[in-house]
Design a protein around this ligand. Structure first.
Ligand SMILES: Cc1cc2nc3c(=O)[nH]c(=O)nc-3n(C[C@H](O)[C@H](O)[C@H](O)COP(=O)(O)OP(=O)(O)OC[C@H]3O[C@@H](n4cnc5c(N)ncnc54)[C@H](O)[C@@H]3O)c2cc1C
Length: 324
């Protein structure tokens, strides 16, 4: 039995950064033994690495069906892990896919669910989650009363990931009966996004983002050049993704991804509230904008008022010179 169970997402057996952050949050906020559940091909490899994060027991389902039938099967496996662990609090990464799985599990177990938390604190048996609402203009605090468990989806970068050290966890193989409705949706092909060598946005410590100020799709060549010289990921405003200049999965903001890198560089982005909602907790914010009145300057640590087409090539040349 445990108090807290963390749904760990992984990439071919490597626990993702957001999952490592949730394990830190579980230790800090809930204390006591932390249990984890890891699903899909590579789950066992991932599970063995979790002792370093203070996990004492890992429930795994390293089965091909977990990846082939997506939601239904994972919901069944998550329910099984919650029941086996007896957890009162279940933390999961608040991405759309896992939120779908957790929401279904909550309905099945008659449990309460909170999504998109950016902070957690303990209140007796329950966890109180902080959520940023109205595009980050207000925060709300919410908790689940009544029946346990309480499922809480936590956004990436709400917590720092740290290792606590610990013995190898006990591994418990879940026996998941394939639900009859599992085959309603089957994954028939997986196409890896051609992201090249660049890190994924929510995992990156540096992000260079471009907006409408780039003028055209080709302007993203400048963003990519700066991102590559800094070893960062590429992000975009919604104006840029809606214009088809860059793929939608790179959109930062209220209706895109929430990021909190060590360094965010914004090029030709005005700083609309919906964009800021996705990046304003970045540690250092650097912007280039030709309009000195642009709202993005109000949250910037460093700003250049100027034409990005003149500023960025000089910046890249200077970085490359210092790197040489
Ligand atoms: C419900 C809703 C949800 C939304 N969700 C999101 C979201 O998730 N993410 C998001 O980003 N937006 C979102 N938006 C849209 C948001 O309101 C803004 O329209 C959008 O962020 C603007 O993008 P931008 O800053 O690239 O463009 P603009 O606001 O047009 O700004 C372009 C900036 O570039 C500067 N510029 C122009 N030329 C140059 C140059 N040569 N050199 C330097 N600077 C230059 C200009 O001064 C200007 O400040 C949402 C809107 C709504 C209504």
């Amino acid at each position: 039995m445990t108090d807290v169970l963390v749904l760990v997402d992984h990439d071919h057996g490597e626990p993702r950064k957001v999952s490592r952050q949730l394990l830190s949050a579980a230790r800090e906020v809930c204390g006591g033994p932390v249990h984890a559940v890891v699903l899909g091909a590579g789950a066992r490899d991932s599970a063995e690495r979790l002792g370093a994060h203070g996990v004492t027991t890992v429930y795994t389902w390293d089965a091909e069906e977990a990846d082939r039938y997506v939601t239904e099967t994972r919901t069944a496996a998550l329910c099984a892990a919650i029941e086996r662990s007896g957890a009162r609090v279940v933390l999961f990464p608040a991405d759309p896919f896992l939120t779908d799985v957790a929401a279904r599990a909550a309905v099945r177990l008659g449990a309460g669910i909170i999504t998109d938390a950016v902070g957690l604190e303990r209140d007796g048996d329950a966890v109180v989650a902080t959520k940023a609402i109205f595009g980050g203009e207000m925060t709300s605090r919410c908790t689940v009363r009544g029946e346990r468990p309480e499922l809480v989806g936590v956004k990436a970068n709400a917590f720092d990931a740290s290792e606590s050290g610990g013995a190898a966890p006990e591994l418990v193989e879940l026996d998941v009966p394939l639900p009859g409705q599992a085959a309603r949706a089957e994954v028939v092909e997986v196409v890896e996004e051609a992201g090249g060598e660049r890190p994924e946005m929510t995992e990156a410590t540096i992000i260079v983002a471009g907006g409408r100020g780039l003028g055209e799709a080709d302007g993203f060549g400048l963003v990519e050049r700066l991102a590559d010289s800094l070893g960062g990921a590429v992000g975009a405003s919604r104006a840029a993704t809606d214009a088809g200049w860059y793929p939608h999965q790179h959109q930062i903001g209220q209706t895109g991804k929430t990021v909190a890198p060590q360094l965010y560089v914004g090029l030709g982005i005005s700083g609309a509230i919906q964009h800021r909602a996705g990046m304003q907790t970045s540690q250092t914010i650097v912007v280039v904008n030709k309009d000195a009145e642009a709202p993005i300057f109000s949250i910037a640590d460093f700003g250049v008022v100027g034409d990005l087409h003149a500023v960025v090539p000089q910046l890249v040349a200077e970085i490359d010179k210092r790197r040489a």
